[in-house]
Ligand binder design. Sequence first.
Ligand SMILES: Nc1ncnc2c1ncn2[C@@H]1O[C@H](COP(=O)(O)OP(=O)(O)O)[C@@H](O)[C@H]1O
Ligand SMILES: [Mg+2]
Length: 239
Amino acid sequence: MNTPALRTTGLSGGYGRFDVLHGIDLEVQPGEAVALLGPNGAGKTTALRALLNLVSHRRGTVEVNGTDITSYPTHRIARGLIGLVPEGRRLFLDQTVEDNLRLGGLHLRRDRRRVDALMHEVFALFPVVERYRSRPASALSGGEQQMVAIGRMMMSDPAVMLLDEPSLGLAPLAIDAMAAGLAALREAGRSILLVEQRVDLALQVCDRIYVLSGGRIVEEDVAASVGGEGRALIDAYLG
Ligand SMILES: Nc1ncnc2c1ncn2[C@@H]1O[C@H](COP(=O)(O)OP(=O)(O)O)[C@@H](O)[C@H]1O
Ligand SMILES: [Mg+2]
């Protein structure tokens, strides 16, 4: 067995006194793309945020490449361990595309060559991001902004990449471009955990899926084997 890029065991936690997550066990192997599916309110965003210690966990562990990071503060996790493309992108709209990208690699800023190399990777994946690098992020379309958000996450060179509903609110063509970018990241051997409402997109990009419902993993499967019946099951869970 390989050491997983990401592993949680019995992760429970939430807001205040109320647990949203109830004993989450999940794994992402190195180079694997895994989808986390589930209906609205299932706890998907909470789970991603808990991995970064943005939401407190009461029980359980989080490991990255075999290192127990359960008690690491968020800023330490964000330095190359786990990268997050948050729900709604959260770009700095009045800053340039390039400044938004550089924010993702802030902890590497003394290593200019590494920052340049990472930015080159972003530009190779999304040429439009390079074309608009000097424009304010607000001047870009929703799909282009999502590419910047993914690029900013890439700039931290994380061991594990988390994406929270990157297709949300995008036009069909923009979703295709974004999905192609994710597929390329997977091809490049990145370890990815993708939260998606669009089951078709998730099955297209990912090797494996988990279905989360009521803060529990209720289904786990290989994406390629999710045929008619499995698909119906997932659709049922998604409501
Ligand atoms: N900041 C918060 N404070 C309190 N409860 C929250 C907060 N954010 C989400 N919740 C609750 O946690 C549950 C899971 O939400 P969330 O993780 O956003 O689900 P999903 O991303 O799967 O739609 C919901 O019941 C939601 O109301
Ligand atoms: Mg969510």
